[in-house]
Design a protein around this ligand. Structure first.
Ligand code: FAD
Length: 400
């Protein structure tokens, strides 16, 4: 039995805690936030095989509401055509999950004595016998191993790898969502696949996700995002990386910039959806890469390890796989160092490949995207194939 400390109790930390508790370890989760995490974020696209694995292992309920899709349509604005001209159609076997529903499913499987909310980890320090975790209220605790699942701004990663800075990806993603029942456009309810639209130096998606209420018509949420389209005005930066502009905080100049993009470059339906969104937000795009996932008694998981670009649609998928892999590794009888080495060996290359894939997608399909209006379907297919280079983009054509 090992004393396992999980720092960060979001989806990846919860998944790691479930696996480690079931392997018989003594687990403590320290989560900084006291508010309910349930409403954070919006939809996540997940591979069907990951959903099946989570159900098989009883990490989530078999009837957790998801919206399954099988196709992705790549489109480009063309006059009055409501959703534009079809460039290409791809296989897209995914499940759309509501972030809050996934979190609740994981969280309810963790005993309350294990999950300590409102506990902010200030430092971790190896001792001759183990590893000491100190909270910012001054209390400290001894463990055998620390699993850092403290997210994209991980302080544990920053301490272990001070050179692993966030590297600006050169563009932003605009995002918005609202209840389908509040949509000004009834035709949005008929969008039963992923709709991806190319525009000048960018592309964006329009799709439906489950709401916490369910997946039936009227209950869903309309979600969209726009990658790129130039750098909007009034952005602030921290150490070279653009700061997030949360919902409700866009300046009038930013809203004008977004509406101009929507009116002039998107097909009419998508343009109207974007303009009907009351509180869009702006999220920076950046990469974080580390040379190893393990140092001493600490393993990095999820966004605390490497940060993937959202255009890969893979951050949560990678994090959940990390969580299951570390729990499997720690379930073995081997020495702690061997368990952690096995985890690093199994998961580092996957993260490394996905960081590289995100950069290629960021340049090929966003900042250096060709003029989409000039592309034929065959030219688009060739571009997409060259950008993904056969890498593990799980929703690409021919993915396993
Ligand atoms: C626009 C966008 C779209 C995305 N779309 C997808 C998608 O479609 N599919 C997909 O798979 N992924 C997607 N992702 C990625 C996905 O959201 C993340 O990879 C995932 O949520 C990371 O989860 P996590 O548990 O590692 O980190 P987080 O959810 O960030 O959790 C970290 C937790 O640690 C806690 N914490 C931090 N510091 C401390 C501390 N010192 N002490 C205690 N607790 C602490 C925080 O409070 C937080 O709860 C997207 C990301 C973005 C930005």
């Amino acid at each position: 039995v090992k004393r396992v400390c999980v720092v960060g109790g979001s989806i990846v930390g919860c998944a790691a805690a479930i696996g480690c508790t079931r392997a018989g370890h003594e687990v403590t989760v320290f989560e900084r936030s006291t508010s309910q995490l349930e409403t954070r974020g919006q939809g996540l696209v997940q591979p069907i095989r990951l959903m099946e694995k989570l159900i098989e292992r009883d990490y989530i309920d078999a009837d957790m509401p998801v919206i399954r899709m099988s196709r992705r349509r790549w489109l480009v604005r063309d006059g009055d055509l409501t959703m534009g001209r079809l460039l290409s159609e791809q296989q897209f076997r995914v499940a759309h999950v509501n972030w809050g529903t996934l979190f609740k499913n994981l969280r309810k499987r963790i005993p309350s004595e294990v999950y300590r909310a409102g506990r902010n980890v200030a430092s971790v320090e190896e001792t001759p016998e183990g590893i000491r975790v100190t909270l910012n209220d001054g209390s400290s605790f001894e463990f055998d191993v620390v699993l850092a699942a403290d997210g994209n701004m991980s302080t544990i990663r920053a301490k272990l790898f001070p050179d692993a800075e966030r590297v600006d990806g050169g563009h932003v993603v605009w995002r918005g969502w609202f209840l389908e029942s509040e949509s000004p456009l009834p035709e949005v309810g008929a969008l039963d696949e992923m709709n991806t639209v190319g525009f000048e130096r960018g592309h964006g998606n329009l799709w439906l996700i489950p709401s916490p209420e369910g997946t039936e018509r009227g209950e869903r949420e309309v979600a969209w995002n726009l990658y790129g389209g130039g750098i909007p005005p009034d952005l602030l930066r921290d150490r070279g990386v653009i700061r997030t502009v949360p919902p409700g905080s866009c300046t009038p100049a930013q809203i004008e910039y977004l509406h101009n993009l929507a009116a002039t470059q998107l097909p009419p339906v998508m343009g109207q959806v974007v303009m009907a969104t009351c509180e869009p937000m702006i999220t920076p795009i950046y990469d974080v890469h580390v040379p190893t996932l393990v140092r001493g008694r600490i393993a990095l998981l999820g966004d605390a390890a490497m940060v993937l670009r959202p255009v890969t649609g893979s951050g949560a998928t990678k994090g959940l796989e990390d969580a299951m892999a570390i729990a499997d590794a720690l379930a073995s009888e081997a020495d702690l160092a061997d368990c952690l080495a096995r985890y690093d060996h199994e998961r580092w290359a996957a993260a490394d490949g996905l960081v590289a894939l995100g950069k290629r997608m960021g340049s090929g399909l966003v900042t250096e995207a060709p003029d989409w209006t000039e592309l034929s379907g065959a030219e688009f297919d060739a571009l997409f194939t060259s950008v993904i280079e056969g890498r593990n983009l799980y929703f690409a054509p021919d993915a396993e």
